[in-house]
Design a protein around this ligand. Sequence first.
Ligand code: SIN
Length: 483
Amino acid sequence: MLHLKNPHLLTPFPFINGEWINCDEQFDVSNPSDQKVISSVGDAGLWGIEKAITSAHCAKKKWAQKTAKERSQILKKIATLLTENSDDLATILSSENGKPLSEARKEVLYGASYFDWFSEEAKRLYGDIIPMPTRDKRIMVIKQPVGVVAAITPWNFPNAMIARKIAPALATGCTVVLRPSELTPLSALAIGKIAQQAGLPDGVLNIVPTYAPEAAGELLCASPKVAKVTFTGSTRVGKILMKNCSDHIKKMSLELGGNAPFVVFEDADIDLAVEGAMASKFRNSGQTCVCANRIYVQSSIYERFKEKLSHKISALSVGDAFAPNIDTGPLIDQEAILKVERHIRDAVSLGAKVDVGGQKHGLGGTYFQPTLLSNVTHNMLIAHEETFGPIAPLIKFETEEEVLDMANDSNVGLAGYFYTQDISRAFRFGEALEVGMVAINAGSISSETVPFGGVKESGLGREGSKYGCDEFTEIKTMCFGNI
Ligand code: SIN
């Protein structure tokens, strides 16, 4: 039983057309810390998703006709309510995702920041007046909402990844069918409660949890009423959705897998680099798309860096999300544990050394020890696949050219990090890294002001920032003649 100040935020019912729907089928949502069931959640099923699409479709005209200011006020109210209820929302989030409560609180405020930001952007959907080569015509360009948006969101940020998609969608006048991860639907449904309380009209936001994610994805991609699909998750699933969207040439934005290089040059401030590596690697127990996946350290400072990082990793406290002073929680499920073990096994078989951790944690379940691997080389699985777990692999390099080749040797390109005090190198290397986001002398990038997204197979489009609304609007050219 969760202790909430506002128990109404915890609801197990899908949210369709402003109603909380009782379903015949249910599925269990459990806490990764102890595998105990938190709640049985109604499975919207294909009928529910169809109903949600229809209600979003019916609601879209009225919502788009609201003034930007009216939409802005509702979004602002959602941001305020998310902030006011952040303790409860963090409690719900931690219990279904397992991240430490302090981290969950930060995530809820991060989520609220997107509603706040896009409540402002809603008012600035400016168009253009374009000079024509002929005297008798004028061109005006306006931006219009794409229509019904299907948002498919992941379990690793059960609040913020929803906020980053639905806030700009709602701001631009789109309506939404949200299919949250089946592992973390309770945070999504709590956002529905908040949105309803903020006065969002019925049908504008519909939330359809289901334990049949593949069929749900197929239906959302196939429906001619859905104008756009926005997805955060694996590259593998992103490719399937893209194929399924091709029949209707549906607009898409995709925030997919990463394999972030984290490079420490010999001229770096080593303590700063260690601090950055810890922040980037161990946020959400290493279960973020932007977390450092391969840590390259120049040979002359390799041992010093390793020693300092090793101390920090050894000091991390692992435990239940609600225990005091916890740094990292459990992994999301057994599959995550198996992947982490596979990466370590492969690395060790090819000559890597386990300096810290390397095994399941004594707490059992899906807890894994924060791990440091040294002597990692570029031919190991861990250098090419996203680990999504608390493993820091150290790879030695000699020259800038060599490390650039290794860093760019990836089919994905989401985030990259490097540490140097040489300003020329900062520009040179930052421009040459094949990623959508680069942090220079910093271990984190994300905020509502940042265009978030990747290149290569890391996806399409940018979320957040002044560009975030572009993904949910069509540009219409209006040509006035006979002037
Ligand atoms: C992600 O891992 O997908 C998102 C992380 C972030 O927004 O910082």
